[in-house]
Write a protein that binds this ligand. Structure first.
Ligand SMILES: *Cc1c(COP(=O)(O)O)cnc(C)c1O
Length: 384
């Protein structure tokens, strides 16, 4: 057997093989819906592209490799991947999720799956005792996002695993914010890793795609059944773009983290800023867990200007030139966002404010530009 490569090599070679037809080094875009059979059931492993497609297989194998899992499955979006995971459950089952999570995930749980009698509880999952008290025999899924969005809290995956070890509860981690470069939840005891590959994995803001990686053959089989039966699959072109993005995941993440640190430090010293949310500060209560479970601290930063209201923060965002105001994150270009009115608008104000998502909160996704230009841009925008 081939020796398992290190992460920086796996992003290039993991799960990949040279194409059989012409020796293409990069998996071709198999833009086909169906495959010839010589007699019914006699084919080369592919029948219909909702079920399988060779470009998709190449991506699924790459994702399994970089998350250190046995099986990868891809979907038309991150939320389609989450939707497939939720379909493992039955009506009457209960879900416990982080209270500080992606607005679309909250909406899927509360506006779609509640109709089917799924009950979701939203907790601060850093509080293990509170989590313990909420678990009952109907609890079937714990949904963790770490770092959380947009408050950048760190949830201890191993600690949660240790309390649900004996129970038949699935521990799923939305690893979008960390990316497989910074954190591998399966190695920390999670059963399922989910990604919006739209973000860091694809990395170039040109594709919408979701992913699930698991170790268990049983879970993989059930999820593949749902993937085919519900049909939210990505096309081969999107799989190709995502594979292309993965090749540079390591070098992009290194640069993202370098810039992230410089900008977090700059903001932290700025007289106009009240609070900066980034797990890499030693004073951050999440620092030790971040250090244990992540390779570095990432490039997602939120902050609150001093004595700012909604209007003040919007003014700062509008003055930014390099940072583009846009939904999404994890691309090579820097983006700014206003969670309360954008990514988290579907969460009711009282719930969102409880987890710290105030009207004055600004979120930055730090890209891979020259950090001095990014700092200059923030400096002029913060000037009163
Ligand atoms: C964007 C995002 C999602 C949803 O993914 P889509 O690809 O937009 O469907 C889920 N979780 C997190 C943390 C995200 O940032």
């Amino acid at each position: 057997m081939k020796k398992k490569l290190r992460f920086n090599s796996r992003v290039i070679h993991g799960g990949q093989s040279i194409e059989k037809g012409y020796g293409a080094v990069i998996p071709p875009i198999y833009q086909t819906s169906t495959y010839a059979q010589t007699s019914p059931g006699n084919h080369k492993g592919y029948e219909y592209s909702r079920t399988h497609n060779p470009t998709r297989t190449a991506l699924e194998n790459s994702l399994a490799s970089i998350e250190s899992g046995r099986h990868g499955l891809v979907f038309a979006s991150g939320l389609a991947a989450m939707d497939a995971i939720l379909k493992l459950l039955n009506s009457g089952d209960e879900i416990i999720a982080s209270n500080d999570l992606y607005g679309g995930s909250f909406r899927l749980l509360t506006k779609i799956f509640n109709k089917f009698k799924f009950k979701s509880h939203f907790l601060d999952l850093r509080n293990i005792n509170e989590l313990k008290s909420k678990i009952n025999n109907r609890t079937k899924l714990i949904w963790v996002e770490t770092p959380t969005n947009p408050m950048m809290n760190i949830i201890d995956i191993k600690a949660i695993r240790s309390i649900v070890r004996e129970k038949k509860i699935i521990l799923a981690v939305d690893n979008t914010f960390a990316s497989p470069y910074l954190q591998n939840p399966l190695l920390l005891g999670a059963d399922i890793v989910m990604h919006s590959a739209t973000k860091y994995i694809a990395g170039h803001s040109d594709v919408i795609l979701g992913a699930i990686i698991v170790n268990s053959d049983d879970l993989a089989e059930k999820l593949a059944f749902i993937q085919n039966a519900s049909g939210a699959v990505p096309g081969p072109m999107d799989c190709f773009l995502t594979l292309r993005g993965i090749k540079t995941l390591s070098v992009r993440m290194e640069r993202h983290c370098y810039n992230g640190k410089k900008i977090a430090q700059f903001l932290n010293k700025h007289p106009r800023i009240d609070k900066v949310f980034w797990p890499g500060f030693r004073s951050n209560p999440n620092y030790n867990i971040a250090k244990q479970q992540m390779k570095d601290f990432g490039a997602m930063i939120s902050f609150i200007p001093k004595e700012a209201n909604y209007k003040d923060s919007i003014k700062i965002i509008k003055k930014l030139n390099i940072f583009t105001l846009a939904e999404s994150l994890g691309g090579v270009e820097s983006l700014s966002g206003h969670p309360a009115s954008m990514t988290h608008a579907s969460i009711p104000k009282e719930i969102r404010e409880k987890s710290g998502v105030l009207d004055s909160l600004i979120r930055l996704s730090i890209g891979i530009e020259d950090e001095k230009d990014l700092i200059d841009d923030l400096k002029q925008a913060l000037n009163k």
